[in-house]
Design a protein around this ligand. Structure first.
Ligand SMILES: Cc1ncc(COP(=O)(O)O)c(C=O)c1O
Length: 393
């Protein structure tokens, strides 16, 4: 049994003191050590100039890659910094030379921007997009995935681990086993899972995995990363647009790609933010993802139970396994009234609309839901307060 010191964690989190912050799936609260590390770095840049400072702080910058490696159970070599999850995702996609008729298999619950990429590629390149069917529970029908693979021989399978607004945790490990057995490239969007639950790339068996820093990992905005497998590196996959960080010129017309995931970065990087993200990863690693999960599990399940017991409240979550994202509406209460009550009571949350997940919202027959996403700095008492506020809508 691992434990977590909630008092220390709340002390470390200045933003949680004066509000009911339930928006870690949007952009969470940074621990003060994260903010401080960014400020310190920027102030040192002011004194040293950016290029000198990178030399001085090179071992601390290198730590970013090993902290992410610890989080994902991989080596520093397999990690690249990215500006956000979508940036990392695009770079991963761009390694594959798609041609007309190639198929990408994905899920109906994949993130909206990922679907926008696929639709663009369909329009420009003539690729084919197939979605894995789901059971009524919301979980993926893996037999259907196997049939789609046999029928379409896809170039890529791409799955979002925890979708943005349905509570669901998709079975990325089973999908990974199927892809590995057939040698199919596999891209996972773990934007909402990193920092919330254990993300082990060896168990998931993915070739690419992307995440952002600002969500459950509690890092700064404008940060993210991409994991790239040894297989992908060794088979010389590289992004469409390389710069001199990713390749070295060997003659006026030739270049050699670098050996590591750095081929997915650009030369110019926001080092202060990288230091901030390193600090956030270290903060999560020091508490331990296991301890975070153990704290979150009863916190969230008790909150769900409490919400369901409120007359008129309906949760719109699905799936056999759910995480920290909770979506709800109170029947017959307008969007305006719902937001008014939450705002007046200092509840921080997100609104999710149909354009974030067309198919999902169509199936649920609604065009908006409130998304609450508590995390381990929240307390049971805070969630009881939020439940009472929701009851009063
Ligand atoms: C599941 C999922 N994937 C990807 C993204 C995009 O992340 P970013 O805005 O960092 O590119 C989000 C953002 O909410 C998300 O929820």
């Amino acid at each position: 049994m691992v434990t977590m010191d909630i008092n220390k964690i709340r002390y470390d989190t200045p933003g949680c003191q004066d509000k009911l912050f339930l928006n870690s799936a949007g952009s969470s609260l940074m621990p003060r050590s994260v903010t401080q590390s960014i400020v310190d770095y920027i102030q040192a840049e002011e004194q040293e100039g950016g290029y000198n400072l990178v030399e001085i702080r090179h071992s601390e910058i290198a730590e970013f890659y090993s902290q992410v490696g610890q989080l994902l159970h991989c080596n520093a070599r397999n990690v690249a910094f990215a500006n956000n999850a979508t940036d990392a995702y695009a770079k991963a996609l761009s390694t594959i030379t798609f041609k007309k008729g190639d198929t990408i298999i994905t899920s109906e619950d994949d993130y909206v921007s990922n679907h926008i990429y696929f639709i663009t590629m369909k329009k420009r390149l003539g690729i084919n997009i197939e979605c894995i069917r789901t059971f009524d529970s919301g979980d993926l029908d893996l037999d259907h995935l196997e049939r789609l693979i046999v029928q379409h021989q896809p170039r890529l399978v791409a799955i979002t681990h925890i979708p943005t607004n349905s509570g669901l945790i998709q079975d990325v490990e089973q999908v990974g086993s199927i892809c590995q057995a057939r040698g199919i490239l596999y891209l996972v969007d773990s934007c909402q899972s990193v920092g919330q639950i254990d993300v082990d790339v060896n168990k998931i068996k993915c070739d690419f995995l992307c995440a952002s820093g600002r969500k459950f990992l509690r890092g700064p905005r404008g940060t993210g990363f991409l994991y790239v497998s040894d297989r992908v590196l060794d088979e010389q996959y590289f992004p469409m647009y390389l710069d001199l960080a990713g390749a070295a010129m060997t003659s006026p017309d030739e270049y050699k790609i670098v050996d590591s995931s750095r081929r997915f970065e650009t030369w110019e990087l926001p080092y202060a933010l990288i230091i901030g993200l390193k600090e956030a990863c270290q903060y999560a690693n020091e508490i331990g993802i296991e301890a975070i999960e153990q704290y979150n599990r009863p916190l969230i399940s008790n909150f769900r139970k409490k919400l369901i017991s409120i007359p008129g409240v309906r949760l719109y979550d699905k799936g056999a396994k759910t995480g920290n994202i909770i979506t709800f509406r109170k029947q017959e209460k307008s969007r305006k009234r719902t937001q008014e009550v939450l705002n007046n009571n200092q509840v921080y949350y997100s609104m999710s609309g149909k354009s974030y997940a067309y198919r999902d919202f169509d199936k649920k027959g609604v065009d908006w839901v409130v998304r609450l996403s508590p995390h381990y700095f929240n307390t049971p008492d805070e969630l009881n307060q939020v439940a009472n506020i929701i009851e009063s809508i």
